[in-house]
Design a protein around this ligand. Structure first.
Ligand code: GLN
Length: 339
């Protein structure tokens, strides 16, 4: 009898190890696969794509970026950092800041309050479209400019404070206190941002934004958040943060919030790459967010954060070499959520 029990126990232990550590084994496997040479190859294999896109110049200051620049950084599930390419280059975060703006607005007001004013829709429209403000009256989602301008207006604080809170949170997530506002890009955005200014006033007219006559503080905070200067590594750390329920890459859990990061990842998946999001979900299959500064941040849930930089953009406003590096990596490591 004793002997039978022993065998039964042994069997149980055997099957336990056969079954449960699968995720663990996969993670370990990925850890081993992500090596410096893999990243170097991604840069080399996709360099030609930099010649296909065009650097954004509708914000004149962005037009000064070097279209040949390329960088990639990964923070693995263990918090290990690997980088390749022009890793020292910094650029403005642009629309990737919309993730952090949404985090703060939801922390301040709750998801329900925020989403009374903005939809959960995906989009067939470009990032700066405002057509839906005429038909639905509210923005399609918080990833497009209209939604993001609205969301930022909901962050608590007077004057410049909402922007300062966004900056502070980005510094926390990246553990990088040297991150600053690029004042030249900010001035450039502000002086040429009439389309965003128009959106701001339509939102005000529709009753979603409250502000005194002539007071554009809330709009300026949106311009400022877009003008925060980061590196590919900073973006990888942001990706890691959302992939790990709000745990920072060094294990700090001060802002851990699974419910909130679930919302952010869902938004990234449905609209993070704007009207390209559907194709992106099919080809890459991982929540990601791009910005017209040339950055893309990628969150592989429970695994890694990836940041890429290359300022030449495709017709959707997404970094073209960045996309192709991510596509190759996702394929190589089977990163798609749907595989
Ligand atoms: N600041 C940019 C704008 O409002 C952000 C757009 C983007 O990165 N897609 O036009």
């Amino acid at each position: 009898m004793q002997k039978h029990l022993q065998w039964a126990l042994l069997f149980l232990v055997f099957f336990y190890f056969l079954k449960t550590p699968q995720g663990y084994a996969q993670k370990n496997d990925l850890e081993k696969q992500i090596q410096q040479s893999v990243l170097n190859d991604l840069i080399a294999n996709n360099r030609s794509f930099t010649q296909e896109g065009k650097v954004a110049d509708y914000i004149p200051e962005l037009g000064k970026a070097n279209p040949n620049d390329m960088a990639i950084a990964i923070v693995t599930s263990n918090g290990r950092i690997i980088e390749a390419g022009d890793t020292q280059k910094t650029f403005t975060i642009q629309s990737i800041s919309k993730l952090i703006g949404l985090v703060l607005a939801v922390e301040d007001r709750g998801e329900e309050e925020v989403f009374k004013r903005v939809g959960y829709y995906g989009t067939p429209k470009p990032f700066n479209s405002y057509a839906d403000l005429e038909t639905h009256l509210k923005p399609l989602n918080p990833m497009m400019n209209a939604g993001a301008i609205l969301v930022t207006s909901l962050i608590k604080g007077k004057g410049q404070e909402p922007f300062e809170r966004i900056l502070e949170r980005i510094r926390y997530i990246t553990k990088n206190n040297s991150i600053q506002l690029n004042t030249r890009v900010y001035a450039s955005e502000k002086s040429t941002g009439d389309r965003n200014r128009g959106i701001f006033y339509i939102l005000k007219n529709n009753g979603w934004i409250q502000s005194e006559e002539g007071d554009e503080d809330q709009l300026n905070n949106y311009f400022r958040q877009c003008s925060i200067e980061v590196s590919a590594l900073d973006l990888a750390k942001i990706g890691y943060f959302f992939a790990h329920q709000g745990t920072r890459f060094d294990g700090d859990t001060r802002f851990k919030n699974p419910k909130l990061t679930e919302l952010i990842l869902a938004q990234m998946l449905i609209a993070g790459m704007y009207d390209f999001s559907g194709t992106y979900a099919r080809t890459v299959g991982v929540p990601s967010k791009s910005g017209v500064g040339g950055g893309i941040t990628v969150s592989v849930p429970h695994q890694m954060g990836i940041g890429t930089y290359s300022p030449a953009l495709d017709e959707h406003g997404n970094s073209i070499a960045g996309y192709h590096m991510i596509l190759e990596l996702a394929d190589e490591l089977d990163l798609s959520l749907f595989r």
